[in-house]
Every structure is written in C-alpha cells, then in structure tokens.
Design a protein around this ligand. Structure first.
Ligand SMILES: *Cc1c(COP(=O)(O)O)cnc(C)c1O
Length: 340
C-alpha cells in the first residue's frame, strides 16, 4: 500500500528499479584504506528510452498532460539533455507529438541523446540559451493557432508534479532496504534542476525517514541550489498531501565539484566513470552521475565522517551509502573524446 496512491500517474517505468550492493567497488576502496559499504539504486534502468530519473517525473507529468487533453508535449534543455530524450520517448509511448527547444547549435552529426530525440520522432527547435523562453512561448502559440493542445513541461521536469515522482521513489527504496535488512547512513546523488532532490526530501519527510539525502551539485553554488530545492520541496510536500515548509538549511548540498562548469569533463568525472565501469560493469554518465560519484569518492577519502550518522565512531565497515544512479549514459557517446 502506497501513501501516495492518490496521485494521478501514467505508467511508463519498470518499477521497482533494482537496488543492490557494489561489492567489488567497496572492496577496492577498502583496500585503498577507505572503508565503505556502497549500494546503488538503478534508476538508469527505468526502462523508458534508455532510462533515467526523468522517467519517474514523467509518469506524473504525463498524467497531468493527458487529463488536460493535450496532444503535444513541449520541453527544453541542453543539446545532450537526458530530460528531453526521455520526454520524447514518453510522448512516443503515449501517442503524443513532441517539440524540443534545445539551447545551442545543431551539431554536424547528431549523436547521443540528440540522435535518440530524433529517433523518437521529436521535432527539434534550436535557440540561444538567452532566447529560450520567448522561443517556447512563440512555439506554444504557433501550435495552438494550428489547432493543437500543447502541454509545457518545465526545465528538467522539475515542478511539484514531476518532483512527486521522487517522493514516491523514496517509498520504493525504503521498502527494498527493509526487505534486504539494510539501513543506510546516507543517500547521495546528482542534483541540478532540483526536482529529484526536492522529491527525495519531501518523500523522506512524508515517510518519516531520517536517512540524510545529500545532493552533489552539478552546476550551481551551494546557497542557490539549497534555496531552489527548499522552495520546490515545500511545494512538493503540499502537493503530495504532507505539507511542511523547508528552509534552505534543511537541504544538504555539496557544491565542491563544479569543476569547469556544466558539461565540462575533468579528471574527477573520468576517474568516477572508469572505476564504476571497471569494478562493477555499470555505466555512469559524464555530466551528472560521473560528477556526483566522483564527489562521493572524494568525500569518502577526505571526510567520511560526514556520511556516518554520528552514532559514535565510524565503524570498521565505514558508512553504508546508497548512491542513487540517475541515468544519463547515452550522453557518454557524445563525450567520447573527453571521457576516454
Ligand atoms: C536531470 C538529471 C539529473 C539531475 O536531476 P534534477 O532533478 O534535474 O536535479 C541527474 N542525473 C541525470 C543523469 C539527469 O539526466
């Protein structure tokens, strides 16, 4: 029985996604003098159009779109947006048209997520980053004038409806942990447009979970991301029926791994992607999960006490950490040069 059963939902994902230990990677780190018990939640395996965290948001966003009689989805993102790719796949699954407004220039050879956008039948519109909003408004007006009923999905799917997908996901993960008999000291993941983070925070509150959820910031300074997530978590908590006002100080963010900026791959991401691939056969992505897992490795090496729950000394096994894999691997093929 879900406490969120009342939320309108359009099924798109294969759920529950697997939650399993990372024994070889944990042993490797232990050998390097970094005691930790690592687990992973496989939202790279949501099953829709090569998977990822946006699928969970889209289940709730699509329910809204269909209830309003929409026949077309519109959304926006970067050239290698995983959100746009999963939205295009969701539109295909639901029999809707899809228009994507992408910031930047069309590359000579579409690859990675962009190739998939086209394969899923989305129509791609190019614009400069600054011109994105007016372009979206003009596109919506054009579609309406032509007799369509467009539904606009915000950047990253990160409004309270999309974020509620991650409140529901907390319930799923806690049930798995209970079944497996494990209690996590922390949940760590990549945080960017804030919907995943807000949903995890609001869901943890609704379910009475005290497991800290630490977002590794991908592209924003700590205070800015905390404020954004607190506002969205407050909105999401109300939407799911468990109202609470979250303050910036309630939101755990580490913005120490911004490197050269959004989408700029450095040694941190390269090492993280390689070690996960070679120790566990699991593919991370260069922009989000590579950065977040690289950040987690650095925290484990330098200040693992941040990830234990203050119950005396960190024990022999070290903290028990759940890394939430949010997907993104299709972008790897567009970053081949930078990642290898
Ligand atoms: C979008 C995305 C994120 C960030 O999720 P937000 O809800 O936008 O914070 C993390 N990882 C991947 C692979 C993504 O595509």
């Amino acid at each position: 029985m879900s406490i969120f059963g009342h939320l309108p939902r359009h099924p798109l994902a294969f759920l529950p996604t697997p939650l399993h230990p990372l024994p070889r990677l944990s042993a490797l780190l232990r050998k390097q003098g970094v005691p930790v018990e690592l687990w992973i939640k496989r939202d790279d395996q949501t099953g829709l159009g090569l998977g990822g965290n946006k699928t969970r948001k889209l289940e709730f966003l699509l329910a809204g779109a269909l209830a309003q009689g929409a026949d077309t989805l519109i959304t926006t993102g970067a050239v290698q947006s995983n959100h746009c790719r999963q939205t295009a796949a969701a539109a295909a699954r639901a029999g809707l048209a899809c228009h994507l407004v992408l910031g930047g220039q069309p590359p000579q050879e579409p690859n990675g997520n962009l190739l998939l956008d086209m394969l899923f039948g989305a129509e791609v519109h190019w614009t400069s980053r600054e011109n994105r909003l007016p372009r979206l408004e003009a596109l919506a007006a054009e579609l309406k004038a032509a007799g369509n009923t467009p539904y606009f999905i915000t950047y990253g799917g990160s409004d309270r409806v999309g974020a509620s997908g991650y409140a529901v996901a907390v319930e799923e993960a806690l049930a798995q942990a209970r079944e497996l008999g494990v209690a996590f000291d922390a949940i760590v993941f990549a945080s960017s447009s804030g919907g995943t983070h807000a949903g995890l925070v609001a869901g943890s509150w609704a379910l009475g979970s005290d497991v800290p959820v630490l977002g590794i910031s991908i592209d924003e300074q700590e205070a800015a991301l905390q404020a954004k997530v607190a506002a969205l978590a407050t909105d999401t908590a109300l939407h799911i029926g468990f109202p609470r006002i979250f303050k910036a100080a309630d939101i755990l963010v580490d913005a120490g791994y911004l490197g050269g900026g959004y989408g700029i791959v450095g040694e941190l991401e390269r090492e993280a992607v390689r070690v996960m691939a070679q120790a566990e056969g699991i593919v991370l992505d260069p922009v989000y999960t590579g950065r977040a897992f690289g950040g987690l490795l650095d925290i484990l090496r330098r200040s693992p006490e941040r990830l234990s729950r203050g119950e005396g000394e960190p024990g022999e096994r070290g903290p028990r950490v759940l890394f939430w894999h949010t997907g993104g691997a299709p972008a790897l093929f567009a970053y081949a040069e930078a990642i290898r």
